[in-house]
Design a protein around this ligand. Structure first.
Ligand SMILES: [Zn+2]
Length: 265
């Protein structure tokens, strides 16, 4: 189902065995949204937020293989770190936030996008290019609009007062019908556990992407659209991206973005 809003396109996906529907802003729509970049720097959560815990995500390296924990994931914009402390303080006594991923480089995001697109194509050889483009929108963001590339998004869960992650329905990064924040297939226990996270994060000013209970952002385009504001965090580089074999600066991101731009027009 596609709805026209002016010149833009918003896809509304029918997602569950149940009746839950969520809206996902198409990447071509987000690409056109204005950003008044604040210039805020990236800071290390391990320094700024001493009370929280980590189970850091795994990323793909240049060969498309998993490379283990990546330091970038500990970084977020300054305001995000302050807001995470506010959310932490709003949790019940003894509970802690458990962070999986803050910042992600555009290069890593591009690798993930290319990998996921290729995998989707391989698993579904009969799908047209149009179908592949439609389906990838539900899974992975292109690097130029990926919220984690702005430093304004964070994936996180909670640890209870026993230091254990309560049943949140799925692990972070696992996709099924229970992944949607307000899925109608989750138990009352899971709903109650998610509510602890939701209440703390919302009280600090974060916006939840409804397709992933763990994904929260502020200042990026998804937050801006939901709050009728202008985004102030765009994609940012934490350090010089890896040089490719050909020696060109960041060319994996450039190539991926070019291809994506061509395909989305
Ligand atoms: Zn996320």
């Amino acid at each position: 189902m596609a709805k026209r809003l002016g010149k833009t396109l918003i896809e509304e996906y029918d997602i569950a065995i149940g009746m839950i529907k969520i809206k996902i802003l198409h990447s071509s729509f987000r690409r056109k949204m204005q950003i008044d970049e604040s210039g805020e720097k990236l800071v290390d959560l391990r320094v700024e937020c001493p009370k929280i815990d980590y189970v850091i995500a795994d990323y793909l390296n240049q060969d498309g293989k998993h490379q283990g924990e990546v330091e970038d994931a500990y970084f977020v914009r300054e305001s995000i770190a302050r807001m995470i402390n506010t959310a932490q303080a709003a949790l019940p006594d003894g509970f802690r936030l458990l962070v999986r991923c803050g910042y992600r480089t555009p290069e890593v995001q591009a690798r993930q996008y290319i990998h996921d697109y290729a995998e989707l194509k391989q698993k579904n050889p009969s799908w047209s290019k149009e179908k592949l483009d439609y389906e990838i929108e539900k899974r992975t963001d292109p690097p130029d609009v990926g919220p984690h590339c702005t430093g304004g998004a964070v994936d996180l869960s909670i640890l209870n007062d026993q230091g254990v992650q309560p049943n949140m329905g799925t692990d972070m990064g696992v996709f099924n019908f229970d992944t949607y924040t307000y899925s109608d297939t989750i138990s009352d226990d899971v709903k109650a556990n998610r509510k602890i996270l939701i209440d703390a994060m919302q009280s600090a000013g974060f916006f939840n992407f409804p397709g992933e209970w763990w994904h929260w952002s502020y200042g990026d385009r998804e937050w801006a659209f939901a709050n009728n504001k202008t985004a102030f965090y765009g994609a940012i580089e934490r350090r010089q991206p890896t040089l490719s074999k050909s020696g060109h600066f960041n060319d994996i991101v450039v190539q991926a973005s070019k291809r994506i731009l061509v395909e989305s027009n």
